[in-house]
Design a protein around this ligand. Structure first.
Ligand SMILES: NC(=O)c1ccc[n+]([C@@H]2O[C@H](COP(=O)([O-])OP(=O)(O)OC[C@H]3O[C@@H](n4cnc5c(N)ncnc54)[C@H](O)[C@@H]3O)[C@@H](O)[C@H]2O)c1
Ligand SMILES: [Zn+2]
Length: 343
């Protein structure tokens, strides 16, 4: 990691926070990789003490972890002008943003996402949360960060599977909003998988901009922002069907995207060759696992969808590429055998 990034970031934080206190929140794994080269000099430059390194994993995205952030804020005597800087994946930025939103009724915060999922999705748009009970993101707020620092250089150390997971959200964004982004994935898929820095910078910037236009139009997720859920209705059911182990979020969303694309072809919104294109992109990016679920696996989990209205569910139907429509359907409509044939 370059000193230049520390410099730019520290200058921005110091300029915005003045002499207010600041706490840096990260994860243990990120602290191990980026402690000496990035976190320590950053903390020195902004006058923060040692960073708080929380345990990794979705199963640690808990109220308990949030209270550790509160403890740290109290110990550092952070007052209402104070700041949190979150450096890490979506788990860290979601939790740190949540803590910032409620501590003393709201601190400022900045996000430095270090995963592709974080840079194209999680750290953008101000949704913060911890998991609670059986529900993912059950307790949360909308609380926009003062700024988000997108530095694809962090992705150099990201495991391939995590990178692909983030790419799934890029495919989703392309199918929903931008044929140009899809074309870029087709043209440079291999370079992106090989972590070509310049190509990664391009797709991160392009995808982030597309998301932010939607967020700006609907910051509280009451209307057009639903488009970003494309592929997520079947995707969430697939994720749950695999016990959150067998298929990760990205793989599940990619498969969910193919299911809803099949439905889109059936109802005349998408041409079969457009669906074929999406399928090929998903395959090339390594997002279609060899063992794939069937409708009977997903069925028990479809009604759990947060967007359900009574027994019916609201889905985003893609097509033509770059456009979508909203449709309310019976869960059974997503479960037609031919939508799960993966071709
Ligand atoms: N707020 C939102 O709008 C939104 C959107 C999408 C996802 N999310 C949330 O984001 C979370 C998923 O985020 P994620 O995919 O970033 O997972 P994650 O935060 O669990 O990170 C994955 C793993 O990679 C490690 N890591 C982070 N940066 C690294 C790097 N540069 N090099 C090596 N390892 C690194 C992390 O420590 C972690 O172990 C979920 O909890 C999801 O609910 C939120
Ligand atoms: Zn997602």
């Amino acid at each position: 990691m370059t000193d230049a990034l520390v410099d730019v970031l520290a200058r921005r934080i110091n300029h915005e926070k003045g002499d207010a206190g600041v706490v840096v929140v990260t994860s243990r794994r990120v602290a191990r990789i980026y402690g000496r080269g990035f976190l320590d000099p950053l903390c020195r430059a902004i006058g923060a003490g040692k960073p708080l390194a929380l345990p990794d994993g979705e199963d640690r995205k808990t109220w308990d972890s949030a209270t550790r952030i509160f403890d740290k804020l109290l110990a550092n005597r952070i007052d209402r002008r104070g700041w949190i800087v979150a450096v890490g994946g979506g788990v860290v930025t979601d939790m740190a943003g949540f803590a910032a939103s409620v501590f003393k009724r709201g601190l400022q915060w900045a996000a430095v996402p270090t995963t592709l999922t974080g840079q194209v999705d999680a750290a953008l748009g101000g949704k913060t949360a911890v998991d609670f009970g059986k529900g993912k993101n059950m307790v949360g707020t909308f609380w926009q960060p003062a700024f988000v620092c997108l530095a694809p250089a962090f992705l150099a150390t990201l495991p391939d599977r995590e990178l692909r997971c983030g790419l799934s959200e890029v495919v989703k964004t392309g199918v929903a909003l931008s044929p140009r982004l899809l074309k870029r994935l087709e043209d440079c898929g291999e370079d992106i998988l090989a972590k070509d820095h310049e190509k990664l910078c391009r797709i991160v910037a392009e995808c982030a901009k597309l998301k932010l236009v939607i967020v700006a139009a609907d910051p509280l997720d009451r209307g057009v922002r639903a488009v970003l859920n494309l592929g997520h209705t079947a995707g969430h059911a697939i994720e749950a069907a695999g016990g959150f182990q067998k298929w990760n979020h990205g793989e599940a969303v990619a498969m969910g995207l193919l299911v809803i694309a099949s439905l889109a072809v059936e109802c005349g919104k998408m041409k079969p060759e457009e669906k074929r294109r999406v399928y090929e992109i998903v395959e090339r990016l390594g997002l279609a696992p060899r063992i794939r679920p069937g409708p009977e696996d997903a069925a028990p989990f479809l009604h759990l969808d947060k967007k359900s209205i009574g027994r019916r569910i609201q889905v985003i139907v893609p097509g033509p590429l770059g456009r979508t429509t909203v449709k309310t359907i019976e869960p059974g409509e997503l479960l037609k055998e031919q939508y799960w044939s993966w071709s």
